[in-house]
Design a protein around this ligand. Sequence first.
Ligand SMILES: Cc1cc2nc3c(=O)[nH]c(=O)nc-3n(C[C@H](O)[C@H](O)[C@H](O)COP(=O)(O)OP(=O)(O)OC[C@H]3O[C@@H](n4cnc5c(N)ncnc54)[C@H](O)[C@@H]3O)c2cc1C
Length: 406
Amino acid sequence: MDSRVTKLPSESEVIVIGGGIFGCSIAYHLAKKGKETILLEKRNICSGASGRNGGQVIQLEGREKEPANIKKRLALTRENNIILKTLSRELKIDLEYRRTGSLDIAFTKEEWKELEYVVKIQEKAGDREIALLTKEETLRLCPLLTQEIKGARYRPSDGTINPFFYTRGLAENFVKHKGEIFTWTEVKKILRKNGKVCGIETTTGQRIRAEKVVNVTNAWSSFLIPEIDILPLRQTAVVTEPAAPLPVCPVEAFIKGEAIYANIQSERGNLIAGGLDSFRLSRQRQYEERIFLEEVRGNAKIFSCLYPSLKDLSIIRAWAGTMALGPDFAPVVGKVPESEGLYMAAGFYNGMAYAAIVGELMSEMIISDRTPSLLECFDPAKYYRRKFVWPKTYNCTSLAEFFARK
Ligand SMILES: Cc1cc2nc3c(=O)[nH]c(=O)nc-3n(C[C@H](O)[C@H](O)[C@H](O)COP(=O)(O)OP(=O)(O)OC[C@H]3O[C@@H](n4cnc5c(N)ncnc54)[C@H](O)[C@@H]3O)c2cc1C
């Protein structure tokens, strides 16, 4: 619903701010449980990171070495994978969810050693599914890959999903459960009084009363809740003309020292990749949604590096988008301290692997006011009113290195 032509209601039991995958998922579950909910989005549904991402469903970042992070992320993403199995049926829309398996590829001997080390740590932390594949085993699985590789870490239950169908499917089903969506409605301020939330005010000065407000604006979260520092992070993507079906996707790797993602293949065969030669920009410029020519050229090289026989594929579209990270490279999810009725969920690096379960758990939290155990470790209280020093300029790769050194 376009609120430029529609009058906003004066109150609602719950207001969800942000029409990305997390906002739509939380709103859908609230409405399904009978809670009166409205969703406000400053542009259109899926216009932020959720409409600009590759659609990889990666349950654990390939090189994650911290046992506590491995455990808490897998606890959520495994549940998410279970929901994804039946979500197309539940939403009555084919989300194009495919369990194709994923590869984290080593191109050098050092990286191969790192993967051996990482897999041991991940297995020790309870990851029973991953396998370390030799060069020959990897090439057997994906024969088009370059002979330059040294091997890979493989997870069979990762895959891909269509992020537009995923987000829109949740939004449409939210509306079916009597939820209301107001697009082109930007929230300027979350209203709070005596330690409680009491509503929101839009940039056009309209006020909506509510005792519960959920800030799901991700990269824009800190504009509405400045007490918690959520870091915006720009990422780039290119998409090719259709190629023949590839057996295993998606792929994570380092090319020329840069973290790349690749190989998400649409139903028509188009391939998506990104991350190579992304500019290091200041925090303010992380919101830049234009892509620079050098970045398009860099991303185009990903295909020739991975698949020499696909080097002539044409790039048909390119873009950038802004996702976000919490101060520990981990998401921040739950109740905001000192503001009864205020909730947030932000900072998911691989949001497609979390959104379905987080929507369900957040809706339980908002209705019962109790934090589900799976979300306890992401408590916003850990970061409340804390100041962090970030690099002056950064991209995905340099930020990952920064966190690894911390
Ligand atoms: C290029 C790129 C590739 C990626 N690839 C992958 C991938 O392959 N797999 C994966 O899992 N993840 C990927 N990600 C990350 C993924 O996109 C995010 O984890 C996910 O989309 C976050 O969803 P969200 O709902 O939190 O945020 P968003 O989708 O950004 O939603 C936030 C919404 O809030 C709205 N908003 C902001 N401020 C206001 C306001 N004041 N009032 C009202 N509305 C407001 C915004 O317009 C936006 O629509 C990628 C990201 C990018 C940019």
